[in-house]
Each structure stands twice: as C-alpha cells, then as structure tokens.
Design a protein around this ligand. Structure first.
Ligand SMILES: [Zn+2]
Length: 387
C-alpha cells in the first residue's frame, strides 16, 4: 500500500519545477539562507517577535525541502522547527515572499513489539525495528533499574511505542509508552506517565533522578508553553516552545540542572542565549539574556543552581523576561511539567491516574503475543514528491 504525502498539496507544480531535499547545516540561519536564495531580509525583519523566536528553533541536521522553478529560482521552502510545525516561505499572489508557520503532516503508528534477546537489547531492538532512536531511548529508560549485563539469551523485551513517519522515513523521536524486560526470576517494567511524560515503575516510583529547578525568581509567568496553538483572530498558528518568566532586567538566572554548556551566544530572535545539555537526552535553553556570567564558556560543566547570566530583552523581546526552553531528544516539552515534579514518588490523585494507565499497559506487555503489531516496513511508504 502506498500513502500520498499531503506535503505535496502545498506545492503548485508547474512544468520544469523541481523539489530539492537538503539538510540544514550547523551555523546556517534563516537570514543566511535568505541571502543565498535572494529572498528579501525584510521577510524576516517584518515578522512579529514570536515568529522570530520560532525561526531560531530550526535545528542543525534537520531535513527540509525547497521547490525551484525551471530557471532554478526558489518558489517555496518548508523547514521543520519541531515535530509538529514548520516554516513555510512562499510567493503569494502578488509575487511577494511571505513566511508562515504551518503544521507538519506525518503519519503516526503505535507499535507493540517483542524481542527475544540474542546479542544485546540494543542490537536486537535495532535488528527487529531498524530504529536506532528507539534502541537508544529504551537503553536510557532502563539505565537506572536494570543491569543489562545480567540478561541471558532468550530473555524477552517488550515495548509499546509511538513512531512518526514522514517522507518514507522515521521522523522525530519515538515515544515509549511502556516497556518490560523479562528475566528468569523477575520482570522489570517502565511506564510513561501521560501527565509529566516521565518514566515510573509499577508502584509509581520515578525512574529518573533528573529534577529541574526554576532558573530564577520571577514576577509572573507571561507566556506558557503551547505546541500548536491556533490564533483565532490572526488565523495563524502561534506555538510557543518554552515558558516566559517576567522579571526585572539584571535578575540573576541559574542553571536548572547539572550539565554542560553547549551554546553561548546570539541565536536570532532569542538574542543572547545559553543552552545546557543534561543527562537523559535533555537540554535547557535560556534566552533574551542581558549578559552572561563571563566565567562560563562553551564546554563548561555547571552544577544545578550555578549563576549563568542575567535577565534582559535581547533579540527584540517586548519586555525583560527569561524565555526558558526544555528539550528531550531535540523535542520541545513543557518545562513547567518537569519543574512541578519535586517528588520522586507519585501520590494521591496523580498516583491513582497513573496506576489506571499502568495496569492496562502491563497487561499488554505481559500478553505481548496477543497485542503484537506487524512490523513497520518503511519501503511500503511513499518517498517521492511527485504526484
Ligand atoms: Zn518565549
């Protein structure tokens, strides 16, 4: 079975036009891209502040498509900024270039797989699914609870996960909903809590030691996290991939968790920005700073609570505030959800809700044969952009 990709619907094909697939290289910005293709810089500079921030979310290594006319002149381009949204630059009816943020179309599949261990869980999951990101996420999810050296041949790994597919390839990061490792004497489980997206064991104990602290003393939250908000008046999508903490200029900002500084410098609409890489595939981003702690360099290891910079409004933000972003495996997630988790054990209503979900999922893992899905064959999916 072949699936049509709705991506092509955005393109009006004309004779001789062609689509080129490229990878966004490290160091390229929307402005350097515009310059290369003779798109006027004002298309970027006339954007509202929130759209400028979103343009800074383009990540190095992302695949994007550009359509050229028969003279090799750019007509349209689509560049993902998250797993949900993409930048669309195109010529409108009057021949002027316009930038818009639109949803990405993809297909998402829920899979239940069972793998009998022959070599190592990593290798065997790779062999069964050809999905490296899934194998990585599985190892990460169990790293604090299972000693994989104790696994024996024919032990069983069961995973229930969601995976996006786009243009005939895996797209974005797989989401493990539940998984188990069945060893001779004991079965180990992990369950993703829908409320905070963290992994817990059967009793609602957190399996990650990672805790995030609020990075400053703030006045109020001026803008919350939204993945795909549609603005009813503007009739446009305006996602906000972080939390804005309003605070006076100069207020100190602290590292939200231990980690290594991987970016310190200007980042388009985010202005002066610091990015820290933590354990468990997590990163935090601190934007619109007025100044940095000069003792902190790219490559520095910082402890949680270390002073890293001061609140400002660089990058054309409206008033002084900290835009605080949190990413797991490159995917933006709501920082407030992670900050609110201050305990390592779920209690009360939260535990009740979790236990309901976990009980259903445990049954599916325990009866893996019954719930097993046919493996995804990427070759069954359409990869071409031609209609
Ligand atoms: Zn913001």
């Amino acid at each position: 079975m072949k699936f049509l990709i709705s991506f092509i619907l955005f393109f009006s094909f004309s004779f001789g036009a062609y689509v080129q697939q490229d990878v966004w290289w490290k160091g390229e910005t929307l402005l350097t891209f515009f310059e290369k293709h003779n798109i006027p810089q004002k298309v970027y500079f006339d954007l509202p502040r929130t759209d400028k921030e979103l343009c800074s979310e383009i990540y190095a290594g992302v695949e994007f498509q550009t359509m050229f006319d028969d003279d090799g002149v750019i007509v349209q381009t689509l560049i993902p900024i998250s797993e949900q949204m993409q930048i669309h630059v195109y010529k409108d009816d009057t021949g002027q270039f316009v930038l818009d943020i639109i949803p990405i179309s993809f297909q998402e599949f829920e899979q239940n797989i069972q793998v009998s261990i022959q070599n190592s869980p990593y290798q065997d999951i790779m062999k069964a699914t050809n999905n490296q990101a899934l194998a990585n996420e599985f190892m990460l999810a169990f790293k604090n609870s299972v000693d994989f050296r104790r696994l024996q041949k024919n032990d069983i790994v069961s995973i229930k996960f969601k995976q996006k597919i786009r243009h005939g390839k895996y797209f974005g990061s797989p989401e493990i909903l539940a998984a188990s490792v069945k060893m001779k004497r004991k079965t180990y489980y992990i369950f993703q809590n829908p409320d905070d997206k963290r992994y817990y064991d059967l009793n609602g104990n957190s399996l990650t030691s990672f805790l995030l602290k609020t990075p400053l003393t703030y006045t109020r939250i001026s803008s919350k996290f939204t993945y795909k908000r549609f603005h009813p008046i503007l009739k446009r999508y305006r996602p906000h991939l972080g939390v804005d903490f309003a605070a006076p200029t100069g207020r100190k900002i602290y590292a939200a968790a231990d980690g290594r500084v991987i970016h310190k410098g200007n980042k388009g609409g985010y202005g002066k920005t610091i990015i820290i890489r933590h354990s468990d595939g997590l990163r935090t981003l601190y934007a619109h700073l007025s100044r940095y702690n000069t003792a902190i360099k790219v490559g520095s290891w910082v402890k949680q609570g270390r002073y890293i910079g001061r609140v400002g409004s660089t990058g054309r933000s409206t008033g002084p505030h900290l835009h605080f972003g949190l990413y797991k495996n490159g995917k933006a997630i709501d920082p407030l959800k992670m900050i609110s988790v201050t305990k390592t054990k779920l209690e009360g209503e939260k535990r009740k809700d979790f236990m309901k979900v976990a009980t259903t999922l445990k049954d599916q893992l325990d009866n893996g044969e019954k719930y097993a899905t046919a493996p995804i064959r990427l070759e069954d999916f359409e990869t071409s952009y031609q209609i």
